[in-house]
Design a protein around this ligand. Structure first.
Ligand SMILES: O=C(O)c1ccccc1N[C@@H]1O[C@H](COP(=O)(O)O)[C@@H](O)[C@H]1O
Length: 194
């Protein structure tokens, strides 16, 4: 099971995550986020780490720039999905809200041949519904899961047996700064398994 740590906003944190073997380093390029970093930061991080750098966009450009992968953290229209299928779809991670709308959206993504999805809570700050996450993982067993994961509840998410887990605010000392001890607790919990 892989681990993505997201909301990385300092180079020190990015290098630390790469050195301890975190599988993906996420950078939130959404200006409204308290852990916002510009797309230029993605380029800087990419030059200093040997792990995939994932840019997270909500309303931003859907074109891949300096990052290895782009996580599209909103529900796309059918036209937007089809516009991405003309590109290398494996470079994109699609957010799927853990909701009835998300389950319908998943059908559109599956029809478009999408490979990477991230199941997250429909609203920031809320925990993801395990019932809906399980239903989505039954269809997409390699999906990632996110939404309020912390060192205290990470095992509940590990037991869903997703392809990967994704943690942002739950490993912070303050928005934009990762607490390295909390990150280590997440990594050890996932590596040690249930
Ligand atoms: O982290 C943010 O501030 C953010 C803002 C806008 C869109 C996505 C964002 N983060 C993504 O959401 C998951 C879960 O976050 P959390 O662990 O519940 O804080 C995070 O991994 C990012 O991919």
């Amino acid at each position: 099971m892989k681990v993505k740590i997201c909301g990385v906003a300092t180079l020190d944190d990015a290098v630390f995550l790469s050195q301890i073997g975190i599988d993906m380093i996420g950078i939130v390029n959404e200006p409204s986020s308290p852990r916002f970093a510009k797309r230029e930061f993605n380029r800087i991080v990419k030059s200093k780490v040997d792990k995939p750098v994932v840019g997270v966009t909500v309303r931003g450009s859907l074109s891949l720039q300096a990052e290895d992968m782009l996580q599209v953290h909103r529900v796309l229209s059918l036209e937007e999905i089809s516009s991405l299928t003309t590109l290398n779809i494996s470079n994109f991670i699609f957010y799927v809200p853990a909701s009835e709308e998300g389950k319908e959206y998943l059908k559109d993504l599956a029809s478009a041949g999408v490979k990477n999805i991230l199941v997250d809570s429909p609203r920031k700050g809320e925990k993801t519904s395990f019932k809906v996450a399980k239903e989505i993982l039954d269809v997409f067993p390699e999906a990632g899961v996110a939404g309020g994961i912390t060192p205290l509840n990470v095992m509940d998410f590990v037991r869903l047996n997703p392809g990967w887990i994704d943690v942002s605010s739950g490993v912070e000392s303050y928005p934009g700064k990762k607490d390295h001890d909390k990150v280590m607790k997440i990594k050890e919990a996932v590596r040690n398994g249930v």
